[in-house]
Each structure stands twice: as C-alpha cells, then as structure tokens.
Design a binder for this molecule. Structure first.
Ligand code: HEC
Ligand code: HEC
Length: 313
C-alpha cells in the first residue's frame, strides 16, 4: 500500500510538472506575441514597401509630416522626453534615436509608455501609420540618428542570416527566436511576431539591454539576411510530428521524458493494481477476518454474500 502511494505520488508529480511546463509556456508565448502583433498589419513585403518609401521620399512632403509629428510629440511625448527630446526625469534624451529608433519604438507599441517600468512593454501601436510617419519624421529632425534600414526579405539569404543570427542574436533571443530571460525582470522578447522591418531596426536602435549593432558590426545586407532568417524561423518547413512550439531539442527531450515516463508509470501502476486486487480477493476466503468488526457489520445488516457467510460461518 505504501509502495503504491509512492507510485501514485510520483505519477501525480510527473503529470503535474508536464502540465505546468505546457501551461507556463503557453501564456508566456501568447503574452509576448499578443503585444507584438505586426503593427501596420502588414508583415513582410507590404510593410517593406511602405516603409522604405518613407525613407526615400524625404523632401517636399517632409515639412507637413514634421509639423504633424511635432504636434503629436507635444501632446504625448514631451512630458517624459522633454522639449526637443532633450530628456527629463521620466525619459531619456531621444535626439539621436533617429528614424529607426522612433519607428521601432512606435511600431512595436513600446512608446508612448504609460508608466515608467524596467522594460517598456510591447502593445499594439497607439498610432496609425500616418501618425507614426509624422512622429518618425519629427524625431529624425532632433539630431543625427540611424535611418530606417531597407529590409526586403525576398532578397535576403536565409543561410547567411542563420549564421549571423546564431553568432549575434541567439544568445539572448534563443536559437528558435522564442526569447529568453536576461536579468532583473528583463527579457529578450520572442521575435516570432515581430515584423521583419522591426527585426531589422532593432540592432540599429539597441533598445534597453540590447546592444547596438552599427553598419560596421552588421552591414545593411547582413541585416537584411538576419531579418530574412528570423522570418524564416517563424515558418520552418514542417518535418511532421508535433512541433511543441519549436522550443528546441533540449525542451523537446524533456517533455518527451516527462510524458513518456508518466505514461509508463501509469501503465505499471495499472498492471500491479490488477494483480493486487486479485490477491486480496483470494486472501479474503482464507484469512480469518477479525471477529469484532464483522460482528458489528452483521448485526446491522445480515450477510448476503457467500464470502461474508463463509467468513462468519
Ligand atoms: C511615461 C514616459 C514616456 C512617454 C510618455 C514616452 N516615452 Fe519614450 N521612452 C521613455 C523611456 C523610459 C524610454 C527608455 C526605455 C528603455 O530604453 O528601456 C524611452 C525611449 C524612447 C525612445 C528610444 C530612445 C533611444 O535612444 O533608445 C524613443 C525613440 C522614444 N522613447 C520615443 C517616444 C515617443 C515618440 C513618444 C510619444 C509618442 C514617447 N517616447 C513617449 C519614456 C516615455
Ligand atoms: C544581450 C542580449 C541581446 C542580444 C545579443 C540581442 N538582443 Fe535583441 N533584444 C534584447 C532585449 C533585452 C530586448 C528588449 C529591449 C526592450 O524592450 O527594452 C530586445 C529586443 C529586440 C527586438 C524587439 C522585438 C519585439 O517585437 O519587441 C528585436 C526585433 C530584436 N531584439 C532583434 C535582435 C537581433 C536581430 C539581434 C542580433 C543582431 C539581437 N536582437 C541581439 C536583447 C538582446
């Protein structure tokens, strides 16, 4: 009996751990991806086309764009970033954030921040495409910052991108781009939902704890390769079987071990329980049942089964 309880406990633990693992993974991924939905609603080529034209269209239309952006800035950003983006107690100087910095922060929903926090949460963008272009144009006038990189994933190399990603990004974002914890409540987010354009912007911007990679560290075409590879990671060719959320080989082995072991223990327990029941039945006829217990039971309800009659007779 004690042995069986131990087994039951182990099974419960194994199943519990498996369940917890799956449950914990689920919301974590959903939570991160939920906030990072493709901002403009156009992942890939669509977004690329509109945004790179923003970069090359600089000129006549810029005056109106900048003025619109300035108005928005005075309403929603100046409280933290100060006049002319000079910075203040609640927000850093953003004069050198550039087009890339503003576009990245606005399209991933990081800005405007509702309240100071160790890491600005990503959420659906607060502004529409036109407003974002206005703010981006305005922030770009504040100082010398990185331009929005040209990203076209139809021209990138998955193979080169893979090497570059593994050596520059995987340490923090995980080789499957599902993200990972860094320290003190900070995390490198999953890149599974990030639009290719923002994947290309992030290295130029270096948000939060992430290092900045300038054109000497990662050339424009290498940047495009990385964005292409990250997009490719999101829809790897399916070799069949359960993908387990593409958590990578270690986690897959772990899950297999837990579930496999759990099922094995269940089967063992089922088998031993069958034979255990049999031996108890057998013993019932032979071993004398303690008299007082049976007597009280008999007094209340006269024996009806053969087994009980035998034991008492
Ligand atoms: C509640 C305060 C707050 C408001 C409002 C806010 N920001 Fe920020 N912003 C911050 C903080 C704090 C950071 C630094 C975040 C970090 O690096 O982790 C930041 C970072 C940025 C950066 C990146 C700076 C860099 O060089 O990395 C840009 C660009 C930016 N904000 C633009 C904006 C714009 C545009 C708005 C208005 C739409 C805005 N912010 C509204 C607090 C704020
Ligand atoms: C030292 C760890 C580290 C490395 C290396 C790193 N990142 Fe990051 N990355 C971060 C952190 C931390 C954030 C979140 C910053 C924040 O929100 O304040 C981030 C955010 C991002 C985001 C924003 C994702 C989203 O949807 O919100 C992208 C895209 C990104 N990184 C791409 C890259 C790429 C591409 C590389 C390699 C060239 C890279 N990162 C290398 C730590 C890292």
């Amino acid at each position: 009996m004690g042995e069986r309880r131990k087994v039951a406990l182990f099974v419960a633990l194994a199943i519990g751990a498996t369940g917890a693992l799956l449950v914990v993974r689920g919301p974590a991924e959903a939570g991160q991806s939920g906030g990072q939905g493709d901002p403009s609603g156009t992942a890939g080529p669509g977004a690329t086309a509109t945004q790179s034209s923003t970069g090359s269209n600089r000129g006549a239309a810029d005056g109106a764009l900048v003025e619109g952006g300035r108005q928005l800035f005075l309403t929603s950003c100046v409280s933290c970033h100060g006049v002319d983006g000079f910075g203040g107690p609640d927000g850093p100087n953003i004069q050198t954030a550039g087009e890339a910095g503003a576009d990245f922060m606005l399209r991933t929903g990081r800005m405007p921040m509702a309240a100071p926090s160790p890491q600005p949460p990503t959420k659906p963008p607060a502004y529409n495409d036109e407003q974002i272009r206005q703010l981006v144009a305005y922030v770009a006038t504040l100082g010398n910052g990185p331009a929005i990189p040209e990203i076209d994933t139809s021209r990138g190399s998955v193979q080169k991108g893979s090497q570059l990603y593994l050596s520059n990004c995987a340490a923090c974002h995980n080789s499957a781009a599902v993200g990972g914890a860094i320290s003190y409540g900070r995390y490198a987010p999953s890149l599974q939902q990030t639009a290719a354009q923002q994947v290309g912007e992030a290295p130029r911007v270096g948000p939060g704890e992430m290092p900045t990679f300038d054109a000497r560290a990662i050339s424009p075409s290498e940047l495009n390769d990385i964005a292409t590879y990250v997009e490719y990671l999101r829809k790897p060719p399916n070799p069949g079987g359960a993908n387990l959320g593409y958590t990578g080989p270690v986690a897959e082995g772990f899950v297999a071990l837990l579930i496999g072991l759990g099922i094995l223990v269940l089967v063992i327990r089922w088998i031993t329980r069958e034979s255990g029941a049999g031996s108890v039945k057998e013993a019932h006829g032979k071993v004398p049942v303690p008299a007082p217990h049976v007597k009280t039971a008999r007094d209340a309800h006269p024996a009806t089964t053969v087994g009980e009659a035998e034991a008492n007779g």
